[in-house]
Design a protein around this ligand. Structure first.
Ligand code: HEM
Length: 438
């Protein structure tokens, strides 16, 4: 055993090999480990390696923030790399640092606000569609609706007018399979590869001078340069665009899916959200750069509580590059390290009544103020999600506009179940009945 320094102790843990993956069985394994051995557990992982499960808020923060250079992305990211290439989510070290520095300005608050009118427009499509569903007394497949909404939004945020003229030019959206097929198996990898040709065409045409007529991520990515003045190659751009499409829609779609489910089962929270949105009135009418919508405090609390209960990235994995010591525990070199927002954010040690939906716990008088929450749905530190501000704005606009028109009612009391894959989704699609508010 390679202890980082003589004062650190080895964390307790079981005998025998423990294998952790993004799959339902691993949730039970991790919970059992935590119940039996505590918040920092060490075990033998496959491949003659050590494994660690860290479920202590201070240790999680330290690992992701201060000790971040000692870790890279861990087990399971080979699968993500097959899907997305070596884009920002997968890359490490200097490659990641260069891309992150080049891409980060595209996500500044000022730039994201330029996409506000687009967020409003995509929500209006849903308003119109839901009106006919409500008039016919039919039920909405909210899971599918959220996937469609978030996919349309991210594609238009990346490609602006090329979305209509090039992506939809064949009559159908060639990316639609992403929102219709929840599996991320080989057939999806192959379909994504075919889409690369289409993306290369769009990149070539932009490089040839066909600029977009409004702000979009692709134009920001095309003009970004590193410290040496080098722009992204076509290959690098392809990987970054694929990453942005998948990272940017699945997580927001999943969060909105659960938010509607929770609001349907907590009508008082839904009414409060509607009243708050109504008070913002014209802010939802599409005035670009309107900072008013970043307020919406109750909506923020509802979304925080949704992300606490159903964090889309429910399991993080890291690989230690060297031996380390965190809060007195030794982390061996080359170890598989696991962190789970899903488990920590539902731990009764840190949250009262942890499985209940209580957005008020995130309010100004609630127990959790920013900084000291055992809460990390967007990760923490230098690799924290780049799309956090974008996704909150998107989700607040979506919920605020639609709640003013509709109340969504449950059609069953049965929980849809958890699908614990790369992302946490609902096992069965969530069906809700829209009712016009007036
Ligand atoms: C509710 C919505 C979202 C959640 C919960 C979420 C969560 C996360 C998490 C946990 C990570 C870090 C994963 C890890 O380190 O292993 C991450 C990274 C990332 N996310 Fe998000 N995300 C969301 C929305 C978005 C959106 C809308 C975009 C883009 C428009 C986006 C773009 C990215 C990118 C580019 C990274 C990689 C950052 C880096 O490694 O430097 N995300 N996200």
């Amino acid at each position: 055993m390679n202890l980082a320094n003589s004062n650190s102790q080895q964390a307790p843990g079981p005998e025998g090999v423990v294998s952790i993956n993004v799959e339902p069985a691993s949730l039970k394994t991790l919970r059992d480990l935590q119940a039996r051995y505590g918040n920092v557990v060490e075990f033998e992982a496959p491949g003659d390696r050590r494994g660690m499960f860290i479920n202590d808020p201070a240790c999680v923060r330290r690992l992701l923030v201060r000790h971040h250079p000692k870790y890279r992305k861990g087990r399971g990211f080979e699968r993500v790399e097959m899907l997305l290439g070596n884009g920002l989510i997968v890359s490490d070290g200097d490659v990641w640092r260069r891309s992150r520095t080049m891409i980060q300005p595209a996500f500044s608050r000022q730039n994201v606000h330029q996409l506000e009118a687009l967020m409003i427009d995509c929500t209006k499509h849903k308003l119109a569609a839901w009106q006919s569903v409500a008039a016919a007394g039919e039920v909405l497949n909210v899971t599918q609706e959220m996937s469609d909404f978030a996919l349309e939004l991210i594609l238009r945020a990346i490609f602006s007018d090329d979305y209509e003229t090039r992506i939809l030019s064949g009559g159908e959206n060639p990316f639609a399979f992403l929102s219709q097929d929840a599996t991320r198996d080989l057939s999806v990898v192959l379909k994504l590869r075919q889409l690369r040709e289409l993306l290369l065409d769009i990149i070539a045409s932009r490089r040839a001078g066909h600029a977009s007529n409004s702000y979009d991520f692709l134009s920001m990515y095309l003009t970004a340069v590193d410290k040496q003045g080098q722009a992204f190659s076509d290959r690098e751009l392809l990987d970054e665009l694929m990453t942005l499409i998948v990272a940017g829609y699945e997580t927001s779609a999943g969060t909105l899916n659960w938010a509607w489910y929770l609001l349907a089962h907590h009508p008082e929270a839904a009414d409060k959200l509607q009243a708050e949105a109504a008070a913002y009135g014209t802010a939802f009418e599409g005035a670009a750069d309107d900072p008013a919508l970043t307020g919406l405090n109750w909506s923020q609390q509802v979304l925080d509580e949704t992300l606490r209960l159903y964090p889309p990235v429910w399991l993080f994995s890291r690989r230690s590059l060297e031996s380390d010591e965190i809060e007195g525990y030794a982390i061996p070199a080359n170890a598989d390290v696991y962190l789970s927002p899903f488990i920590l954010q539902r731990s009764s040690e840190f949250w009262s009544d942890p499985d209940s939906f209580k957005p008020e716990r995130f309010g100004p008088d609630g127990p959790y103020q920013k900084g000291d929450r055992p809460f990390f749905p967007f990760s923490l530190g230098p690799r924290r999600c780049l799309g956090e501000y974008f996704s909150f704005l998107e989700m607040k606009i979506h919920l605020g506009m639609l709640s003013q028109q509709f109340r969504l009612l449950p059609v069953t009391e049965q929980h849809p179940g958890l699908d614990l894959g790369i992302n946490l989704r609902s096992l069965s699609d969530i069906q809700l009945k829209p009712e016009l508010r007036h």
